[in-house]
Design a protein around this ligand. Structure first.
Ligand code: FES
Length: 252
């Protein structure tokens, strides 16, 4: 197994706050282990900057296990970097070559605001969920696992849609800044299961209306969203969202 350490030139977007202008700044890091994650490589840079009395690069992260959706940046033009089905926190430095230059920028979209460096305000995605991405139920004791029979195929499709971690890479990759893949994953997941049926019409209408109000664009069938999604959310969910929306608009 290759274990040579590598050195990189990093051109990173620096922006002190949401109201200021940003620019790319150049840094160099050495002795990067191929086993490090991308975020660990940024940790190395930040340690170096802190020791030099400089401001570390701000970036979002939480689980570092590919499940929370907090991390994300555009690396050399690709949301979450060059590896398919991989979040930035799960991207390993063995995928980069010694001496390479990486341009690292925040996810950009009209509905996202850069707070600082690579940190974004993605609360617009939360606002879409608040518009209907839930099931209103009185919670009681957990029902018996077999009380509501669901076909295996349907359960698997719902689970696939539920894998969306809401990172926003789909929005950043879409030329229209559309959140259709995100919204469709949430709508499909609930439309497929009986628990989601009572509110399915209002859910589709309200979530799409909120998405439009927040400045997300329309789907242009470019499929860039699907290509960068770290959880392989399929654009078949967008077809499902379109059906749900049409049915709700026509029949309520
Ligand atoms: S830090 Fe949680 S998905 Fe990357």
């Amino acid at each position: 197994m290759r274990n040579d350490k590598i050195g990189l030139t990093l051109k990173i977007w620096r922006q002190p706050c949401s109201h200021s202008k940003g620019k790319l700044e150049t840094f160099h890091v050495d002795a990067i282990s191929p086993d490090m994650s991308f975020l660990e490589m940024l940790d190395v840079l930040n340690e170096q900057l802190t020791l030099d009395g400089k401001q570390p690069v701000a970036f979002d992260h939480d689980c570092r296990e590919g499940v929370c959706g907090m991390c994300g940046a555009v690396v050399n033009g690709q949301a979450h970097g060059p590896e398919k089905e991989t979040t930035l926190c799960q991207l390993h430095m063995r995928h980069f070559k010694d001496g390479e230059t990486l341009v690292i920028e925040p996810f950009r979209a009209r509905a996202f605001k850069v707070e600082r460096d690579l940190v974004l305000d993605r609360s617009s995605l939360d606002q879409i969920i608040q518009a209907g991405g839930y099931v209103s139920v009185n919670t009681g004791g957990a029902p018996d696992g077999n009380a509501i029979p669901i076909a295996q195929d349907t359960a698997e499709q719902a689970m696939d849609a539920a894998a969306c971690i809401g990172c926003g890479a789909c929005v950043a990759a879409c030329p229209n800044g559309s959140a259709m893949l995100f919204v469709s994953a949430k709508v499909s997941q609930l439309a497929l299961l009986p628990q989601g049926h009572p509110e399915r019409a209002s859910r589709a209408l309200n979530m799409v209306a909120r998405m439009d109000e927040l400045g997300f664009g329309n789907c242009g069938n470019e499929r860039e969203c699907e290509a960068v999604c770290p959880k392989s959310i399929s654009i078949r969910n967008i077809a499902c969202l379109n059906r749900e929306f049409l049915k709700a608009a026509l029949f309520g």
